[in-house]
Design a protein around this ligand. Structure first.
Ligand code: SF4
Length: 470
């Protein structure tokens, strides 16, 4: 997975100063308000979340068994199953299918996993046109950008931005309302749906017991992508398997509520293999590509494993105070926000993404809202510890950081030194204070005070106040 997380600090600083982005990101709180209201209407909402987590725990621990069952049932329904160890392998399989069938135009539905493997680039290099058909994805594709949110890929763009983009790329000027822009996009996409040879989707779930691929959406574009073109290819991460339709029902009750605050999405499509002789619509060929791309490595790590429970609902992004200030692009990865801060290091390596586990206040809001109760703060702390201890890849702290950590550990073990380390600065800090606070810390510490004050050190320690009270 290609990531640009090395520039996280620079990009997040720029994002915080971007007034238009800040205005757009305010919309995220409305997602959370709607999500809370939707869950409040569910009598057994908390029990459903517990059940969803149980199912995920059970499925991920027996992933091999369920994947084999899934494969058997997809084949029984007339589909073909391909296994891809890496993103490159997944792209190669799609390209091979496209070449064999003389495909020149592909319609795509919103799929994080095709973003993860950069399938659009691979198709473009092979001279195949790939058109995103989800409205948000269509907008970011026109702008040559990446999605900035799992659920709302163009959340960073205002109506004005999109109007300008449509004028520039589609030659349709002066569009004011979202409805007008939607009509323009719909007309353009209709031509593509009718002429595409291949439809490519992801999947929200793949049901092992029936071989059914389940897709959840609001716009109807997935339904068109899976039924109009002659060939349907679903590229799916191996963690998306669920054992049975009963288990699926649990996830369907909580997914849309967590994502957009809806009781249920507008469309839920169940794809059962290729079109049968007596069926009116559907693709003539159905191919399921099951993608590993680092997932079995995560599976093998007991501490990281629960990150595979993720439903990609986006709720943790909406509630995260860091994501709310910097948006998705600063993360430099298709997976942003709290879940991205653990998935990106897991997929791309901690060395490349070392800043992400530290980009958290550890407030725990992501854990509270996650429909499958992934303990994201715990995993962030594990990754921080891996980095600090130099346990991951070739990542590790720099020499000054190592020295600082050693000094801190030494002070923590020697109470006299520890007290001295705070008491002396407490008496000397006077000239640096303004209104009783540090407005700017010196040297390498100044990062603390770029956007906030630092409280003055207390002249009297808690320990001595405690003694006085006794
Ligand atoms: S970690 Fe939880 S809240 Fe975040 S996207 Fe995944 S399922 Fe949703």
């Amino acid at each position: 997975m290609n990531v640009q997380t090395e520039s996280f600090i620079r990009d997040s600083t720029a994002a915080v100063q971007n007034k238009s982005l800040q205005a757009r990101l305010r919309v995220l709180t409305s997602f959370t308000v709607r999500r809370d209201a939707a869950f409040a209407q569910l009598k057994d909402g908390e029990a459903l979340r517990d059940r969803a987590r149980e199912i995920k725990e059970q499925t991920i621990s027996n992933l091999d068994t369920y994947l084999i069952e899934l494969e058997k049932n997809v084949v029984r329904l007339g589909g073909t199953v391909h296994w891809a160890r890496t993103g490159e392998e997944a792209c190669a399989i799609v390209l091979e299918l496209a070449r064999k069938n003389n495909v020149s135009l592909v319609v795509k539905s919103k799929s994080m996993v095709t973003e993860e493997v950069e399938l659009n680039d691979a198709l473009e290099h092979a001279g195949i046109e790939a058109v995103e058909t989800d409205l948000g994805e269509y907008i970011v594709q026109l702008a040559h950008e990446k999605p900035s949110h799992i659920l709302a890929p163009a959340v960073h763009k205002s109506k004005g931005d999109i109007s300008e983009l449509f004028a520039d790329k589609l030659g349709v000027a002066n569009l004011k309302e979202a409805e007008e822009m939607t009509v323009v996009a719909r007309k353009r996409l209709r031509e593509k749906f009718c002429t595409a040879d291949m439809g490519i989707t992801g999947a929200n779930f793949a049901v092992a017991e029936t071989g059914t691929i389940v897709l959840v959406e609001n716009e109807g574009n997935i339904r068109l992508s899976t039924t109009l073109p002659r060939i349907h290819v679903a590229l799916v991460g191996i963690e998306k398997v669920v054992p049975s339709l009963d288990d699926l029902a649990v996830f369907l009750k909580i997914l849309a509520r967590s994502a957009s605050g809806q009781k249920m999405s507008s469309y839920v499509s169940f794809i059962n293999g290729a079109r049968k002789a007596d069926e009116a619509d559907g693709a003539e060929e159905f191919h399921l590509i099951l993608l590993d791309n680092g997932r079995t490595r995560i599976l093998a790590d007991e501490e990281m494993r629960e990150s595979l429970y993720c439903l990609r609902c986006g709720a943790c992004l909406n509630v995260c105070p860091v994501y709310q200030k910097i948006g998705g692009h600063a993360y430099g990865s298709v997976y942003s926000g709290p879940i991205g801060s653990i998935l990106t290091p897991a997929f791309a390596g901690l060395e490349k993404a070392k800043d992400l586990p530290f980009a958290s206040t550890l407030c725990g809001a992501c854990r509270e809202i996650c429909p499958v109760r992934i303990d994201i703060p715990r995993i962030l702390l594990k990754l921080r510890s891996d980095w600090s201890e130099g346990r991951h890849d070739s990542a590790g702290p720099s020499l000054p950081e190592k020295l600082a950590i050693k000094l801190w550990a030494f002070a923590m073990r020697h109470v006299f030194i520890y007290n001295l380390a705070f008491r002396v600065p407490a008496f000397l800090q006077g000239p640096l204070l303004e209104d009783g606070k540090f407005k700017g810390l010196p040297s390498v510490l100044d990062g603390w005070t770029q956007n906030r004050d630092f409280p003055a050190l207390a002249r009297k320690s808690f320990r001595s106040m405690w003694h006085d009270a006794e």
